[in-house]
Design a protein around this ligand. Structure first.
Ligand code: NAD
Length: 256
């Protein structure tokens, strides 16, 4: 059970972050949900998760594109036994047309936030004598696809950072790992279907079939429940010697 532990999940008012937060809450962890939006829905969502799983669930606003807000999120949480670095965005375009502001935003949100949140959380974990850092990287942390220059660079960076942080905490009761999902049908993937169709000059159905799931031999999307289960496993005693590495859930993608 994760009773008595506090999990901070960045970017968790949607998709994988919310799925992982719910899976940890189902094991008894108190959870901190985060996004940069700070809407009534965000606060209601935290209340919902809290009452559904009988845990303390809070919403804390922080923009993961800003270093000080990343660090403030961990400070405001007050405790951080489990840090799930999940916030991420995508943009699909060829390098020559790739907007500079999208490059900067993806590097900041998908990669630099992992550095800032980890730096703020490790002292708390060392003090508590237990900790888990779970980085939601991607199959794109291990493989490349065209038109995703910033995302692939950021996710490779996250995988590299996972190894360094795992080594720096190897003698502590802390593990640092990256989960590398293949395609999961979340708003992030739904949003890139039209752009993918445009880049390849095909229909949206063909984009799913021929481009997106073409990478994934299982021909099935990975589910939120499967990723939640992996995060719970990484928090278990059975996973205590798994550190500084990647766990793929990609239907066979990265075997190719
Ligand atoms: P999503 O769009 O559903 O969720 C993204 C989350 O990040 C949202 O909660 C959003 O509020 C938050 N976010 C975005 N910008 C933020 C900012 N500046 N500050 C704080 N929060 C911010 O997408 P998702 O698919 O659930 O993606 C979650 C993570 O999983 C990302 O890191 C993504 O790269 C990774 N991932 C997704 C897939 C997939 O197929 N969906 C595959 C591999 C990895």
């Amino acid at each position: 059970s994760l009773k008595g532990k506090t999990a901070v999940v960045t970017g968790s008012n949607s998709g994988i972050g919310l799925g992982v937060a719910k899976a940890l809450a189902a094991e008894g962890a108190d959870v901190v949900l985060n996004s940069f939006t700070d809407t009534d829905e965000d606060h209601a969502l935290a209340e919902e998760v809290g009452s559904e799983f009988g845990v303390t669930a809070r919403y804390i606003k922080a923009d993961m594109s800003k270093a000080d807000e990343c660090r403030a999120l961990i400070e405001k949480a007050g405790a951080c036994d489990i840090l799930v670095n999940n916030a991420g965005i995508q943009h699909v375009a060829a390098i020559e047309e790739f907007p500079v502001e999208k490059w900067d935003a993806i590097i900041a949100i998908n990669m630099s936030s992992v550095f800032h949140c980890t730096a703020a959380a490790l002292p708390m974990m060392r003090k508590a004598g237990w900790g888990r850092v779970i980085n939601i990287a991607s199959a794109h942390g291990l493989r490349a696809s065209p038109f995703k220059v910033a995302y692939v660079a950021a996710k490779h960076g996250v995988v590299g950072m996972t190894k360094v942080a795992g080594l720096e905490t190897a003698k502590d009761p802390i593990t640092v790992n990256a989960i590398c999902p293949g395609y999961v049908l979340t708003p992030l993937v739904e949003g890139q279907i039209p752009d993918t169709a445009k880049e390849y000059d095909i229909s949206e159905d063909e984009a799913i079939e021929k481009v997106i799931l073409a990478k994934q031999p299982s021909k099935e999307f990975v589910t939120l429940e499967q990723l939640g289960g992996l995060a719970v496993f990484l928090c278990s005693d059975a996973a205590a010697q798994i550190t500084a590495t990647t766990l793929s859930a990609d239907g066979g993608w990265t075997a190719q």
